[in-house]
Write a protein that binds this ligand. Structure first.
Ligand SMILES: *[C@@H]1O[C@H](CO)[C@@H](O)[C@H](O)[C@H]1NC(C)=O
Ligand SMILES: *[C@@H]1O[C@H](CO)[C@@H](O)[C@H](O)[C@H]1NC(C)=O
Length: 194
């Protein structure tokens, strides 16, 4: 009997989770590194206050954009805009431009003074442009060898360890936050990292 009750309670809990009105299924948006990407947030059905207090957050709570004030963090400052035209229609979508690989994350569009708090859940994927198998350059010209990787935005630079090699020979290394050309080979003395 007791066991049945427990079973029933679990069922009820599952059921209430499934129909909970605060649950918004994540929308998947695919972005490309370096391009602009729009994260949709449609708030018209839920807003009732005259100035909705809306902000966007990452999964770890970093503020991406705040409708009422400028944000002040190095991760998204000057890269994110609300659709000012769409505000009359309660369109709280934001555009990130340019998109970084480290922007891949789950985002929430949150309204702090609406009946409904979470207006949108967006999962943003970001892909790097395909790497070319070969890069050509003329003698004397500079040449860029592309290399991208997904790194968490909050990873400190001194925690990154990256090496470039030519064959087995180390050409350039990033460690403890510093780039070092390990070779005293005059060929590589002009390396520069973007
Ligand atoms: C996003 O990318 C995934 C995986 O490549 C794909 O299955 C999905 O259809 C894409 N979604 C959109 C909206 O383009
Ligand atoms: C909301 O704004 C975004 C970004 O400007 C736009 O792409 C989208 O079409 C707008 N949505 C509606 C329903 O107008």
């Amino acid at each position: 009997m007791a066991l049945q009750w427990v079973g029933l309670k679990i069922l009820c809990l599952l059921f209430s989770l499934a129909v909970s009105p605060s649950m918004v299924l994540p929308v998947v948006v695919n972005g490309t590194m370096g391009a602009s990407v729009t994260l949709p947030c449609e708030g018209s059905a839920y807003s009732h206050s005259s100035t909705p207090d809306v902000l966007w957050k990452t999964s770890d709570g970093v503020i991406v954009a705040d409708f009422l004030q400028d944000i002040d963090n190095i991760y998204f400052k000057d890269r994110v805009k609300f659709n000012r035209e769409g505000i009359k229609t309660r369109n709280f979508s934001i555009t990130i431009n340019p998109t970084f690989l480290s922007d891949e994350d789950n985002y929430k569009c949150v309204c702090r003074n609406c009946k409904k708090t979470i207006l949108a859940n967006v999962h943003l994927t970001v892909c790097a442009p395909p790497l070319k198998k070969s890069v050509s350059a003329s003698i004397g010209d500079s040449v860029t060898l592309p290399c991208f990787s997904h790194v968490n935005r909050q990873t400190a630079r001194d925690k990154l360890f990256v090496q470039w090699k030519r064959g087995d020979k180390l050409v350039l290394e990033l460690s403890s936050g510093m780039f070092k050309t390990k070779l005293l080979d005059p060929l590589f003395l002009k390396l520069r990292v973007m």
